[in-house]
Design a protein around this ligand. Structure first.
Ligand code: PEP
Ligand code: MG
Length: 878
């Protein structure tokens, strides 16, 4: 249950992060490689689990083990708990296996009581310091362990400051702080009905329970839920937090002491330069809370050359040991440097790519490790839009803050987390503007497109959380004055309200008025290099879902090796086309339908020619019309009237047709291949357009490889009949065009109805390829309407009925079985049957891994997710 770390012994060297938590594991590891770490011990995450399982009771024997560890600590440091001349003091901190910045409780200076405070005053020859530490403990302990309002302590402090006629905390003399401790003890007693505990072991036990308790505080639960919803599956499976009890060292012992935090490389850009901040004469919490604005570590040498030099040496030792960028906390006590924490540094995707590539160059890791290192979904940060240079140059810059997390965010001002969330849910893009953020704000931060704070540094809460989420953040923009009540900010003489739009540049820290135009990203530099490494190792092909030449080209630029899904219905919605589509739908006879379809044909042919050209010889899977026809008709009166005028018919006629097409359950209605069975002329027009486009391309020496895909097949008979129809149309078109060259046209189907997966051996007889349409397959396997899940899915995930949103990441145990069965059965008839996936899941890293494992040939996803899929496919193969 308890692992000691210190000079005497380090027990946690081989224990895992799952058991010791990230912080505990790394404290043990740093101690074992000889870094200066204050000694202490870690209580495991399993104890937290046992605590909850026993109905919030510490397991038997835990406090005996804690006692033993304390004894060892006392012996090693030659100090003892509650001593009147040289007392031992400890910090008590949480630390789960996955970092949750600022979400759980911390208690400092534990072990102080009336006697030990005198002892500390003697030992440090600094009475003021000792009473300052004591009052901090009573306050923190009262607040964190006993839940006493912080305000009550503040009021007592204000009274003392008044009495001594000072305004700053630091100006209150020792005598005043002594009085303050008595006042705080009274606040404590009033707040919880008990005396402040004088026994350090009692303090320790309650503090341990408080840390375990904070594991299930609302804010911690929210944070885990948001992270899990973003696909962080590790966080969803944690069993609890560890507790780290560690001897205190002080950064607030005077001007030769200080404390700081930092990253061994820049977490925004990946530059190999120590990136951090420190505060002289302060405790760690002061830096992270963003209350005082710290100085950059690059200035630290001017203050203490030796400590700065040692810190830079530790940077190298840590990176050599962990072979990764680290996020550290350190304290300097009277000129002596101590390491309090190290962990793998959170970084955005841009930095992740640069650091991985640089570390290959530096010989710290190899290419394969670089490919494994970068979380595939974090590549979205490399694919973020940025501001157009011309628009940026012309922008109206309001002020500049710290470039805390890159990106280009444009939105209206929102002043509280609650407001940000509400307006986001109403469909608005908002930027959350706060003096500083705290863990209570995470829901609003998640809802906002960008975060702007007026105080706090690059390692403040806002910056750390935003960076972890790849969200644009500008921190510490000191020129901004926020009036939360009036929903106003003033900045350099100008006033903006919640109705005003601003633009944030997270890369430069600039805050601009109005909407600044953005531009699309490019695949170049280190990003391109990492992609070529990924391509070396992956075995899955990556295609894209695209239905226009522009999207096709973009996807090719991102490395797509073909189109896996061209949804032809998207080609019917433009104004000059929809009119023909609508007259086709209104037609009463086949002849009239054919006449309308004839007008659509040239549009389709031209689109296909454009796509073939853009894809330069790569395969293009074209899906025949899929949605129910009523989707193409307007439903409100005025739009129906407008359509009637356009088509020269009576509005009543349109209403009648719309009513006739109405279905109670359109997703299970007259759609997909059922349309082609009942209206074969639609299929004929589409196939004719595809073949003519292929012939025209061949004439222009453009290599075209269309693959005709029939959607929503549930029985092999549907595919048999439609395949025959497609083949007939291909032949008829070739002979009408007098084309006797060879065309490479494959005919296949989507597997998106459970019955098709179950009978895939029968279906495969008529298919050259399968493509799993996992959107519909998920809808029909779960029986959840994909358009209506918003009503219950969030609650399902919150209550852990479902671990993930099955429309985002494939449900491997259920839907996944149908996929693997479909592959097996299909290939039992046709050994080389080509099989892919084109549902949304094709761009989700965990689903890509699954597709690799069940032996698919390719995944197909939207153009912007192509690089993510390339990397995820390589990670699955490694
Ligand atoms: C699917 O169902 O997975 C699919 C790709 O088709 P659509 O989303 O167009 O229904
Ligand atoms: Mg579908």
């Amino acid at each position: 249950m308890v692992y000691y770390f210190g000079k005497t012994k380090t027990e946690g060297k081989k224990a895992t992060k799952a058991v010791l938590g990230g912080k505990g594991k790394n404290l043990a590891e740093m101690t074992s490689i000889g870094l200066p770490v204050p000694p202490g011990f870690t209580i495991t995450t399993e104890v937290c689990d046992a605590y909850y399982k026993a109905g919030k009771k510490l397991p038997n024997g835990l406090m005996d083990d804690v006692h033993k560890a304390v004894k060892l600590l006392e012996k090693e440091l030659k100090k003892s708990f509650g001593d009147d001349s040289n007392p031992l003091l400890v910090s008590v901190r949480s630390g789960a296996a996955v970092s949750m910045p600022g979400m759980m409780n911390t208690i400092l200076n534990l072990g102080l009581n009336d006697v030990a405070t005198e002892g500390l005053a003697k030992a440090t020859k600094n009475e003021r310091f000792a009473y300052d530490a004591y009052r901090r403990l009573i306050n923190m302990y009262g607040d964190v362990v006993m839940g006493i309002e912080h305000e009550a302590f503040e009021e007592a402090f204000t009274k003392i400051k008044k009495k001594y006629k000072v305004t700053e905390d630091t100006e209150v003399p020792a005598e005043g702080l002594k009085e303050l401790c008595d006042a705080y003890k009274a606040v404590y007693k009033k707040g919880c009905g008990e005396e402040f505990p004088q026994d350090p072991i009692t303090q320790l036990q309650l503090a341990i329970e408080a840390v375990f308790g904070s594991w299930n505080a609302d804010r911690a639960i929210s944070y885990r839920r948001i992270e899990a919803a973003k696909g962080n599956s590790e966080i969803a499976n944690l069993i609890g937090t560890a507790v780290n009890v560690q001897a205190m060292v002080y950064g607030n012992m005077g001007d030769d002491s200080g404390t700081g935090v930092g990253f061994t490389r820049d977490p925004n850009t990946g530059q190999n330069k120590f990136y951090g901040e420190f505060l002289v004469n302060a405790q760690g919490e002061d830096v992270v809370a963003g209350i005082r604005t710290p100085q950059p570590v690059s200035e630290m040498g001017k203050w203490d050359r030796k400590a700065h030099k040692e810190l830079m040496e530790i940077k190298k030792t840590l990176e050599d040991h962990y072979t990764d960028m680290q996020d550290i906390e350190f304290t300097i006590e009277k000129g002596k440097l101590f390491m309090l924490q190290t962990r793998t540094g959170k970084r955005n995707g841009i930095a992740a790519v640069k650091i991985a590539c640089d570390m290959v160059k530096e010989g710290l890791i190899d290419e394969k490790e670089a490919v494994r290192r970068v979380p595939a979904s974090d590549l979205t940060h490399c694919l973020l839009p940025s501001f157009k240079p011309t628009a940026r140059n012309a922008a109206d810059v309001l002020c500049r803050g710290l470039n805390a997390s890159p990106g280009a965010a444009v939105g209206k001002l929102a002043f509280t987390a609650e407001e940000a969330r509400r307006r986001y849910e109403a469909g608005e893009n908002v930027i959350l503007v706060r003096r500083e953020t705290s863990p209570e704000d995470v829901e609003g931060m998640s809802a906002a497109v960008g975060i702007l704070t007026s105080t706090g540094g690059a390692t403040s809460h806002a910056a750390v959380v935003a960076r972890g989420w790849g969200k644009c953040c500008v921190a510490g923009a000191g020129d901004i004055h926020i009036n939360e009540k009036a929903k106003k900010i003033t900045v350099n003489g100008r006033t903006l309200t919640d109705k005003d739009t601003i633009s944030l540049d997270g890369a430069t820290g600039e805050v601009m008025a109005g909407e600044v135009e953005t531009q699309e990203p490019k695949l170049a530099g280190d990003f391109a290099k990492l992609m070529t490494w990924a391509d070396k190792y992956r075995t899955l092909n990556i295609r894209t879902n695209a239905d226009s030449p522009a999207d096709s080209k973009r996807a090719r630029d991102f490395g797509a090796e073909g189109i896996g899904l061209c949804r032809t219905e998207h080609m019917f919605f433009e104004a000059d086309r929809i009119i023909h589509m609508r007259s086709m739908i209104l037609a009463d006879t086949e002849d009239d339908r054919r006449a309308a379809l004839k007008k659509l044909l040239p549009f389709q042919r031209k689109d296909f020619e454009g796509i073939f050209k853009a894809m330069k010889g790569l395969p293009v899977t074209i899906r025949l019309l899929d949605p129910p026809l009523h989707e193409f008709l307007p439903h409100d009166n005025s739009a129906q009237k407008e359509m009637a005028t356009e088509l020269g018919v009576k509005p009543a006629e349109i209403k009648k047709r719309a009513q006739a097409l109405h279905e109670s359950n359109p997703m299970l209605g007259h759609r997909g291949c059922r349309l082609s069975v009942t209206y074969p002329e639609i299929l004929e027009m589409q196939v004719q357009a595809i073949v003519e486009a292929a012939i025209n391309s061949a004439k222009k020496k453009i290599d075209a490889h269309p693959e005709i895909m029939i959607p929503l097949v549930g029985t092999s008979a549907e595919l048999r009949i439609l395949r025959e129809k497609v083949e007939e149309t291909i032949e008829a078109t070739k002979s009408a065009k007098k084309f006797d060259g060879k065309l490479d046209i494959k005919i296949g189907t989507m597997i998106e109805i459970p019955r098709a997966a179950l009978t895939a051996d029968e279906v495969a007889e008529y298919a050259d390829f399968f493509s799993f349409g996992t959107n519909d397959l998920t809808q029909m396997t779960f029986g959840y309407s994909r358009d209506d899940v918003g009503g219950f899915l969030p609650e399902y995930i919150e209550n852990k009925i479902l671990q993930i949103d099955p429309f985002q990441s494939i449900d491997q145990t259920g839907v996944g079985q149908l996929v693997s069965m479909g592959v097996e059965k299909g290939r039992s008839i046709k050994k080389n049957l080509k099989v892919g996936i084109c549902g949304e899941h094709g761009g989700d890293p965990q689903s890509v891994r699954f597709c690799h494992e069940v032996g698919l040939d390719y995944v197909s996803c939207s153009p912007f997710r192509v690089p993510i899929a390339r990397l995820a496919a390589a990670q699955a193969a490694l």
